[in-house]
Design a protein around this ligand. Structure first.
Ligand SMILES: Cc1cc2nc3c(=O)[nH]c(=O)nc-3n(C[C@H](O)[C@H](O)[C@H](O)COP(=O)(O)OP(=O)(O)OC[C@H]3O[C@@H](n4cnc5c(N)ncnc54)[C@H](O)[C@@H]3O)c2cc1C
Length: 336
């Protein structure tokens, strides 16, 4: 365990922003984290995973602690389920593939999401009609001030759409150490969302399997989303906003092509990407900052953009969507 000073975070964020952390270290277990938190106790701490949902707008004047806790372990089984605990530093997609290999169902629609296990509950990651809370059982998290481990159930996490208690009341207070999942032995397939059915047909799949669904999701995602290894980005920069039904009716009269999904609670979720596109941003580029040509929700760094430049573009997009549609977008990416 080595503490680095004035440490470049360039390789540790998928937006490839070149900022420095005042101090940086990795930890592979709770005892190492315990020890690290006694150093520079006056400084703010940032727990880092894969850096795929974070935008650094300036140097970080604190202590960055990169979670590298590993391990995947079956806790127990019952007639219908397998309960699996995974270390927060495990890579998410590798874990998904491991589950599929073992025939543990429920996580296949969440294939190819970048990042690590520990960050998944922070924003209740979701894709193709499935969210983390569908397969979540509990997590263990270390309180950075109290230096104690707490167990959180799904109810304690207060999961919402790209949201949890860790983005609100408990923001920056905990380091998630492990997550326990509840997988099905017999799958329930979710293939009606997005283009999964079409992709499965294209693949010539006759009999559904979790492997086939995962493969279809991987194909769709690879064709639509920029690979951060090739074009630096952090996935969807904005959340899809929820508006009251009457606001949606009013918008639909003015913009008949608006893309929307009614929600069980009576509100309506609007496709932020569509609204951004209507404001003319899709494919926009200024210097090294841009709005991706295939997916307007994704802001990109073509080379040497600064975090501030990306943030400023997001602000311009927010304002133009608000002016045109009277809808306030919310950023999904964590701004530091
Ligand atoms: C190309 C691309 C596609 C994406 N697609 C999706 C998608 O379909 N659905 C989706 O939901 N997300 C998506 N994302 C966003 C991102 O992959 C997820 O949010 C992922 O869970 C972030 O994991 P990470 O380890 O990289 O988190 P980081 O970026 O390292 O951290 C994110 C936040 O969580 C905190 N954090 C991280 N680990 C811990 C921990 N162990 N304990 C406490 N706090 C922690 C950090 O402090 C930070 O605030 C995408 C990103 C990219 C680049």
């Amino acid at each position: 365990m080595q503490i680095h000073e004035a440490f470049s975070l360039l390789p540790y964020n998928t937006f490839r922003i070149n900022v420095e952390a005042r101090y940086f270290s990795t930890f592979t277990n709770k005892d190492e984290l315990d020890e690290l938190t006694t150093h520079h106790s006056e400084l703010t701490k940032l727990i880092l995973g894969g850096g795929s949902n974070i935008l650094f707008t300036k140097d970080y004047d604190g202590f960055v602690l990169k979670n590298e806790i590993k391990g995947i372990e079956v806790q127990h089984e019952d007639a219908g389920h397998v309960y699996v605990k995974a270390g927060a530093g495990e890579n998410w997609h590798r874990f998904v593939l491991y589950c599929i290999q073992h025939n543990w169902a429920g996580v296949e629609n969440l294939s190819l999401i970048p990042g690590n296990i520990g960050a998944a509950p922070i924003q209740n990651i979701g894709a193709y009609g499935v969210e983390l809370d569908n397969i979540f059982l509990s997590l263990e998290a270390y309180h950075l001030q109290e230096k104690k481990i707490h167990t959180f159930t799904a109810a304690d996490c207060e999961f919402g759409y790209r949201d949890s208690v860790f983005k609100n009341r408990y923001k920056d207070q905990f380091a998630i150490l492990s997550v326990t999942f509840r997988f099905r032995k017999k799958p329930i397939f979710h293939v009606s969302y997005g283009a999964i059915t079409e992709e499965l047909e294209k693949m010539g799949v006759k009999e559904l399997s979790i492997k086939a669904v995962s493969q279809a999701v991987i194909e769709i995602r690879s064709s639509k989303l920029p690979d951060p290894e090739k074009i630096a980005n952090s996935g969807s920069f904005f959340k899809n906003p929820e508006v009251p039904a009457n606001k949606y009716e009013e918008l639909k009269l003015r913009f008949p092509g608006i893309i929307a999904y009614p929600l069980p609670n009576g509100t309506v979720k609007l496709a932020a990407g569509w609204m951004i596109e209507q404001c003319g941003w899709k494919g926009y580029r200024k210097g090294d900052v841009g709005c991706h040509a295939k997916q307007a929700l994704v802001l990109v760094n073509y080379g040497n953009a600064t975090g501030k430049e990306i943030y400023d573009l997001s602000e311009e997009i927010l304002q133009s969507v608000n002016e045109k549609f009277g809808v306030e977008l919310e950023r999904e990416v964590n701004i530091i």
